[in-house]
Structures are given as C-alpha cells and as structure tokens.
Design a protein around this ligand. Structure first.
Ligand code: MLT
Length: 250
C-alpha cells in the first residue's frame, strides 16, 4: 500500500480546485472564521454555511424563515451592516445559535471552506479541534490537503501552526505510511515546538496584532486553547455540520 500524501498550502490562492478531487481537504482560519464556525456548531447551530460574499449571504438568508438563521461575518474584521453578528467566536453563544443555521461571510476563511468542498471529503479545523479533525482525516484513507486561509493572499502563521497540529494528529493516527510535503513537515515541527506558547504566537502575528488593536484580544485567548474540543466539523453539501466517529466520510 502506498503512503498517504500530506500537502499544506499556505493560502487559498496557492491551490487549485482541480487538485482536490479524490482527497480529504481541511480548511483552516484560526483568526477567526474556522474558530467561529466550530464554536457555533459546539453551541448547537444546525450548520454553518460559508458564503462567497456578503451579498450572497443576504440572498441565502432571504430564502430562509426569519428566526431560523443568524447572519454573521466581517469586512476589515468588523461586523457587516445588516448582519446580526461579527466574527468573534464569543458572539456565537448557545442562546444565539442553538437550533439555527449560521450564514457566515468572512474575508478569507469562508473562501477556504468553500474551496475544501471540491475534495472527496472536507472539514474545517482550528486549534480548538485540530487534533480531532486530523484523526478523522486519517480514518478516510485519503491523501490530505490542508488549505490555510491566509490573510489577503499572504501566509498567516496562526493557520500554519494549526496545520502542524492537524498533520501531527494525522501521522499519529496513521502510525506510519505517510508522505509529508516539506511545508507539512515544517508546519508539524513548528506546532510541536510551539504547542506550549500558542497564545504568544497568535498575539505576535500581524492579523493578531490588528485584532488586539481593534479590541478583539479575547478572541485570541479563546482561539489558542488547543485540543479543547473533540468536535468534527465536516462539510456536507456546502454546510459545515458536527459529526461523530466515521460519519461524514464519503
Ligand atoms: C477572515 O476570514 O479573513 C478572518 O476570519 C478575518 C477576521 O479575523 O475577522
């Protein structure tokens, strides 16, 4: 049996949709879209739809009964006009999202989630649940592509550290027979060396510093809580949903 390949792409722009069929893809945007999506699912949302842009989000919402959804997202990290929520995970509390669909429109993260949908199986991960999602991906028996959202086409360190967490869990779960690209190797080394100072890492990133300046420092503290969740957030027909065990494998 040939080794499973693991590739990490530092930005959404670095990968083409046609490279994804036949693989399992994991989208990562630690600051903050996938952290927010995973939190919404953990708090009882029936599913998170990643929309292309704010206009598409509004159109999707117009076709749903009022009260059955919440519209969330950002531009420039700030809540969009007419939207219920911004992109802080703390806003997606149980009393706001339970039994409701979340329609999310963010600058980079929702593009990564949508791109992952071209793969045979797909999920979203953040530091909270990266280990659980990495182990789930290993069970699919497919080559793995990790799609880091990045920030406006630039590499984001927070996403690559989380990619390393996913790679580490994938390798551990496979127990061998894994062929890592150099960026996958690099991400894993980075995560293993940095796992005890993840908040420092997030706070040092350019996007992290910008979020702190905007008053969102608590979002970084929350996002840095690695392995605090076992939730597996799988993309099924364009909607992220919580699954357990072997569910969500196509
Ligand atoms: C994005 O998708 O670009 C981010 O989640 C931006 C943010 O931190 O709000």
């Amino acid at each position: 049996m040939s080794a499973l390949k693991v590739d990490v792409f530092p930005t959404v722009q670095a990968v083409r949709a046609r490279e994804l069929p036949g693989r399992v893809a994991i989208a990562i945007d630690v600051l903050r879209a996938t952290t927010t999506a995973v939190t919404a699912l953990a708090n009882g949302s029936t599913g998170v739809m990643a929309s292309r842009d704010p206009e598409e989000a509004l159109t999707l919402a117009a076709n749903l009964p009022s009260g059955s959804y919440v519209l969330g997202g950002e531009r420039g990290s700030l809540r969009l006009p007419g939207f219920h929520l911004g992109n802080s995970p703390g806003e997606y509390a149980v009393d706001v999202v339970a039994n409701r669909r979340v329609i999310l429109a963010t600058t980079n993260g929702t593009d990564a989630i949508r791109l992952a949908g071209h793969a045979q199986a797909a999920a979203a991960a953040c530091l909270l649940n990266g280990r659980a999602v990495g182990a789930w991906a290993a069970m699919t028996g497919l080559d793995l592509t990790i799609l880091c959202a990045g920030t406006q086409g630039e590499f984001s360190l927070d996403d690559v550290v989380c990619a390393g967490q996913v790679v580490d869990a994938f390798c551990e779960a496979r127990g061998g027979g894994v062929d890592l690209s150099d960026l996958a190797l690099c991400a894993r080394e980075l995560f293993v060396g940095a796992r005890h100072r993840l908040l420092d890492i997030l706070q040092g990133t350019r996007h992290g510093r910008r979020l702190i300046a905007l008053g969102f420092g608590a979002d970084l503290e929350y996002a840095a809580q690695a392995d605090s969740s076992r939730l597996i957030s799988v993309l099924v027909e364009g909607v992220l949903r919580e699954v357990t065990g072997n569910q969500g494998q196509r």
